[in-house]
Design a protein. Structure first.
Length: 133
């Protein structure tokens, strides 16, 4: 007997639908737990109560949390993303350094005037700065 005849298309579709619904629920569960542990406005008892509710009544607990805390979740997510973006921007600025050639030449001139570098080193820095422009 063929497998295709014993497992019709609608059953395959139904199985896929159930699988994806379960996958989405697992994703929501992780999202709720991540938000719950990231919160700084809830006490330990409040977090424990939410965890117990989610464990005892999994689907209902997740949906109740999403309904009750949706605005706070959005604000915390936006704040977290803005913080990550500002840290990344700060890191890029620190790594990129002074990419402005005039800035690099001015720094090199100060080093030359202070005696930290000699004239040939200053000329090399100046050539590099002008070449990157």
């Amino acid at each position: 007997m063929l497998i295709a005849s014993s497992y019709p298309f609608l059953e395959v579709f139904w199985t896929m639908l159930i699988f994806f619904a379960f996958f989405i629920w697992i994703w929501l569960l992780f999202t709720v737990f991540a938000d719950l542990f990231r919160r700084d406005d809830a006490s330990g008892w409040a977090k424990t109560g939410w965890i117990i509710l989610i464990i005892v009544l999994p689907y209902l607990g997740v949906f109740i949390y999403l309904i009750a805390q949706h605005e706070g979740m959005a604000e915390r997510t936006i704040r977290s993303q803005e913080s990550a973006k500002s840290e990344m921007d700060q890191y890029v600025r620190s790594v990129a350094g002074g990419s402005d050639p005039s800035e690099q030449i001015a720094k090199a001139k100060r080093l030359l005037d202070d005696g930290t570098i000699n004239q040939s080193e200053f000329d090399q820095i100046k050539q590099k700065a002008l070449a990157s422009a």
